[in-house]
Design a protein around this ligand. Structure first.
Ligand code: ADP
Length: 159
């Protein structure tokens, strides 16, 4: 059976933690859809178009990884894409507390949609898009936290 998974997130911006999670999941699935969830409650630092371009660039070497975006519920997007798995990362106990509830709700609403959790590797567990945004706002160098091409883009365009 063809196995597809959705990795939903804000990716504002994509970090090395996200990349590591996707690379680890590639051998497990026929297709991985990295999808930007558009959250009307949360205003993003980077426009949707920029976030999608960066995802396209970073994952272009991986033919089974596709980039997309969606409004509304993740479960509905998964159903549209016939994906039976959601991928999420766990960095610490607060990620776990938050993700546990969401995953249980998604299993009920998504008709047995399963969420797979990847424990962050130690070298990435301190990285979050929130911290990266703070560093950018403060004019710092984000190259230790995001893919090299993205760091270059941020620096060159004074984003
Ligand atoms: P959201 O706004 O949905 O939390 P994010 O883009 O911040 O979206 O994160 C998407 C997913 O990636 C989440 O499951 C998050 O836990 C995971 N993630 C983010 N950073 C890391 C990291 N450094 N290591 C592992 N997983 C991570």
């Amino acid at each position: 059976m063809f196995k597809a998974a959705v990795f939903p997130g804000s990716f504002d911006p994509i970090t090395l933690g996200h990349v590591d999670l996707v690379k680890r999941s590639i051998p497990l699935f026929d297709q991985i859809i990295v999808a930007v969830g558009i959250n009307s409650q949360k205003s993003a630092l980077f426009p949707l178009e920029t976030r999608l371009e960066w995802l396209e660039e970073v994952f272009s070497p991986y033919p089974t990884v596709q980039i997309d975006y969606f409004h509304g519920l993740t479960v509905r997007f998964c159903q549209e894409k016939s994906a039976h798995y959601i991928l999420r990362g766990l960095r610490n106990a607060s990620d776990f507390d938050y993700e546990k509830t969401i995953s249980q709700l998604n299993t009920i609403m998504g008709d047995h949609l399963e969420t797979l959790f990847f424990i962050s590797q130690p070298e990435y567990s301190h990285i979050s898009s929130t911290i990266v945004r703070e560093i950018i706002r403060g004019g710092g160098d984000v190259s230790p936290f995001v893919p090299a091409s993205i760091a270059k883009n941020i620096q060159e365009n004074h984003l």
